[in-house]
Design a binder for this molecule. Structure first.
Ligand SMILES: [Zn+2]
Length: 273
């Protein structure tokens, strides 16, 4: 199998140009113009390989290389191309580009596979718009309905349902597009995450195979208190909401050590009344 290292690099570099914060990390939210550009680049690659491509009602892309056995379940590979704000260059992109290169080499070598291979590009994986992670794959697997898309809103109060419509998608089709039981044989995803990066580096291993992943839950917590931009008496006890949040993070940290879990403080803001 002839994997083209240079082509992998080229794909990563090409996708990295679709970035709304150049010089300050990589920001490419789903349904933004940067996302549209990255999608167009990938569509061009899929077309060049003669894959049959479908895009569902929330923007998940599936590009399929047919197998010799038409009824056989597909082997899926791929990842996401959306980012957190000021995120990394490789998170998600590596998994996608590796899958693309594997399929490219199959096509190039004229390999006849029994099972179809599908490259998947999950939409809205990071939860950057609607504060709910993996919204695209949840919709693809039927965990999210159109009702859920109407319930999720971004910072501007625009629902996911309306956002995907404005992006040119048809979310009302979603129920008919849910992946069916038995449609897939396996899913293989190469992934790079900041949570794992340092561990692999410290243990001097180049690749780890995951045994479990975090079941992510997001909570919205309100801590009340008064905001004092400048305390008149620096020795007086503060009642700022910030102190409460710090305590919450400390408690979550203790929980992490017990259960081997991670906690992240995401959106954190104060609203003076
Ligand atoms: Zn990721």
């Amino acid at each position: 199998m002839s994997i083209g290292k240079e082509r992998i690099k080229r794909d990563i570099e090409a996708l990295s140009t679709f970035n709304t914060t150049p010089g300050q990390g990589y920001t490419r939210f789903s349904y933004s113009e940067a996302d549209r550009g990255a999608r167009a680049y990938l569509m061009g690659q899929f077309d060049a390989l003669g894959l049959s491509v479908s895009v569902d009602g929330v923007g998940n892309i599936r590009a399929r290389l047919a197998g010799a056995n038409r009824g056989a379940p597909a082997v899926m590979t791929g990842s996401h191309i959306d980012t957190v704000r000021h995120g990394g260059k490789y998170d998600g992109v590596v998994g996608l580009v590796c899958g693309l290169e594997v399929v490219r080499s199959f096509v190039e070598e004229g390999r006849k596979l029994i099972h179809p291979v599908e490259i998947v590009v999950f939409a809205e994986e990071e939860g950057s718009n609607f504060m709910v992670t993996m919204a695209g794959s949840k919709a693809m697997t039927g965990s999210f309905s159109v009702h859920d898309l109407k319930r999720l809103v971004n910072d501007e109060g625009v629902s996911m349902y309306e956002t995907v419509r404005r992006f040119g998608l048809n979310p009302d089709r979603l129920a008919a597009e849910v992946i069916r039981a038995g449609e897939l044989k396996a899913m293989i995803e190469v992934h790079i995450e900041q949570e794992q990066g340092a561990v692999l580096d410290e243990e001097k291993v180049s690749l780890g195979i995951v045994e479990a992943i975090a079941g992510i839950r997001t909570f919205s917590i309100e801590v009340e208190g008064g905001i004092q931009p400048c305390r008149r008496n620096p020795h007086a006890p503060a009642e700022e909401p910030h102190d409460g949040r710090c305590e919450d993070h400390r408690r979550a940290g203790r929980y992490r050590h017990k259960g081997g879990n991670l906690n992240n403080g995401g959106h954190d803001g104060e609203n003076p009344l």
